[in-house]
Design a binder for this molecule. Structure first.
Ligand code: SF4
Ligand code: MG
Length: 335
């Protein structure tokens, strides 16, 4: 049994006086040992809230898990105590963010921060931990680790800081690495190096990756499977090859069409028409209806289910259902 993480019908809602925002609404997926699963979507799709829910890091937000399970090696993480969660976080499950400064402590030298992570997660002595820190920094491609360990985070470049954060995450030898837009702030060359690094580290240690990104190029390069999110919903899920060769959901098709073709010169990146919906004013029916060129009357009224359209490939769209026998459903008569 290689199943590591199973997210089942997760619902994370933001409840305030002005209403409820269903940031994550009934999302399910599985990740096995050594697998890389991508969660793709625009900002506001619920992808980051999904990762914060898994890490138990919602407490600084108005968000609350109101339904579903997050099973890590069969144990439900929903509702466990903060002290239990802390043992799992940064140990079995590590996380890297877009902005490394948020997870590096500005007042401690790099070496000390990595050593503390090593000591916390292994039984190494302080002296051994220093050696291990230098080994890890070397593994993440830092060329003068014995000097870098004496630096403070602000003395490093953005790319170096990102490497240090990955080094810290890997110091724990996590079973799962959650990476939320890990390379978005970096230039293309450094981005490629960081992705290479993540890939090689997972190959060595069989760490699974949950990769959260808006960038389908990154998905193509890194992922085995993909979940496409829109408006808090999973709208399509499949292996990475099928998403690119045979996308089913109109939103996924729109995302793919907005990637510039190789060698094409663009002055402005094309994007999908319309805006990300205002979360508190989601349509009753399909969340994508306001932007969908194919929307039918039924789309506004009733939300389609996520349905398997071919083996291991699911999509949430009325176009993939059999046409209802009573065709008046398409006429949009009031209920
Ligand atoms: Fe478009 Fe309707 Fe499919 Fe939604 S259900 S994606 S509105 S065709
Ligand atoms: Mg985000």
């Amino acid at each position: 049994n290689n199943l590591l993480l199973e997210v089942k019908n997760l619902k994370t809602h933001f409840i305030s006086d002005s209403g409820t925002v269903k940031a994550v609404d009934d999302v399910s997926f599985k990740i096995s040992k050594g697998e890389t699963l991508g969660i793709v979507g625009e900002s506001g799709s619920g992808k980051s809230v999904t990762s914060l829910s898994i890490m138990g890091l919602l407490k600084d937000t108005p968000g609350k898990i109101v339904g579903g399970e997050i099973l890590f090696e069969g144990k439900n993480l929903v509702g466990i105590s903060e002290s239990e969660m802390r043992k799992i976080r940064g140990n079995d499950i590590a996380m890297i963010f877009q902005e490394p400064m948020t997870s590096l402590n500005p007042v401690f030298r790099i070496g000390r921060q990595i050593e503390e992570a090593v000591i916390l997660h292994t039984k190494l002595s302080k002296k051994q931990a220093r050696g291990r820190a230098i080994e890890i920094l070397t593994a993440v491609g830092i060329s003068r680790p014995a000097e870098i360990i004496h630096d403070y985070p602000h003395q490093l470049s953005g790319g170096m800081r990102q490497r240090v954060m990955i080094a810290m995450a890997m110091a724990c030898i996590p079973k799962i690495l959650i990476a939320d837009e890990p390379t978005t702030a970096l230039d293309v060359t450094i981005q490629a190096q960081i992705l290479d690094l993540m890939r090689s580290l997972t190959e060595v240690s069989e760490t699974a990756i949950l990769l959260i990104t808006h960038d389908l190029g990154v998905v193509a390069e890194m992922c085995d499977r993909v979940v496409v999110m829109y408006g808090g919903r999973a709208v399509e899920e499949s292996d990475v090859h099928s998403i690119f060769s045979n996308p089913k959901h109109p939103y996924t098709k729109g995302l793919l069409a907005s990637i510039p073709k190789m060698g094409e010169r663009v002055d402005r990146l094309p994007s999908i028409a319309g805006n990300v919906p205002i979360p508190s004013r989601m349509p009753e029916g399909c969340k994508f209806a306001p932007r969908c060129p194919l929307a039918m009357d039924i789309c506004w009224e009733e939300e389609p289910l996520l349905k398997e359209v071919s083996p291991n490939h699911s999509s949430r769209c009325w176009l993939h259902e059999e046409v209802p026998e009573d065709e008046s459903v398409f006429v949009g008569s009031p209920k």
